[in-house]
Design a protein around this ligand. Structure first.
Ligand code: HEC
Length: 150
C-alpha cells in the first residue's frame, strides 16, 4: 500500500469517481464505521422519538424533532466523495431520496405546528416511506461494498 502515497491526489480522485464497477473485485474499503452509519443511527433514534411524541400527542415535541430529521448531519467531505464515487450514475437518485426526506420532514413539522394529529400521522408514514425507499435501493449494496457484509 506504500506506493499509493506517490499517486497524485488528482489521480486518486479519478479512481474514486470510477463508479461501482471499478471496485467490484476489491476487498471492502471501510475498516471502521462510515460516518453515514452514525448519521443513520441518529435518524433512527429521532424517528423513534417522534413515535413516542405522537403517542403522547405532544405536537410541540414532534415539531421540534422534525427539522433534526430533515436537516440531518452529513458525512465529512472525504467520505462523501467516496460515496459519490461508488454511486456513480446513481448519485442523483440517492440525492433525490434525501431531498424527499427533507420535504417529508417539513410536512411533518407543519402538521405538528397545526396540531393536526391525523396529518402528523400521515406525514410520519410518508417520511418512513422515504427511509424505506432509499434503503431498498441502496442499503444492502452500500453495506456490501463498504463493509463486505450483508
Ligand atoms: C438517501 C438514502 C437514505 C435515506 C433517505 C435514509 N437512509 Fe438510512 N441508510 C442508508 C444507507 C446507505 C445505510 C447503510 C449505512 C451503513 O450501514 O453504514 C442506511 C442505514 C440505516 C440504519 C442502520 C444503521 C446501522 O447501525 O447499521 C438505520 C437505523 C437507518 N438507516 C435509519 C434511517 C431512517 C430512520 C431514515 C429516514 C428518516 C433513513 N435511514 C433514510 C441510506 C438512507
Amino acid at each position: 500500500m506504500t506506493e499509493r502515497k506517490h499517486i497524485p491526489v488528482a489521480l486518486l480522485a479519478l479512481a474514486l469517481l470510477g463508479g461501482p464497477s471499478a471496485h467490484a473485485q476489491e476487498a471492502p474499503e471501510a475498516r471502521q464505521d462510515m460516518a453515514l452509519r452514525g448519521v443513520m443511527k441518529q435518524l433512527g433514534q429521532d424517528m423513534q422519538a417522534v413515535t413516542g411524541a405522537i403517542s403522547e400527542e405532544d405536537w410541540q415535541l414532534v415539531a421540534q424533532l422534525a427539522p433534526r430529521i430533515g436537516q440531518h448531519e452529513e458525512p465529512p467531505a472525504r467520505e462523501k466523495m467516496r460515496i459519490l464515487g461508488w454511486l456513480g450514475a446513481d448519485a442523483r437518485k440517492f440525492r433525490n431520496f434525501d431531498l424527499e426526506l427533507g420535504k417529508g420532514a417539513e410536512n411533518l413539522q407543519q402538521a405538528a405546528e397545526q396540531e393536526d394529529g391525523q396529518a402528523v400521522i400521515a406525514a410520519f408514514g410518508k417520511l418512513q416511506q422515504s427511509c424505506l425507499a432509499c434503503h431498498q435501493s441502496f442499503r444492502q449494496p452500500f453495506v456490501q461494498h463498504f463493509y463486505g457484509e450483508r
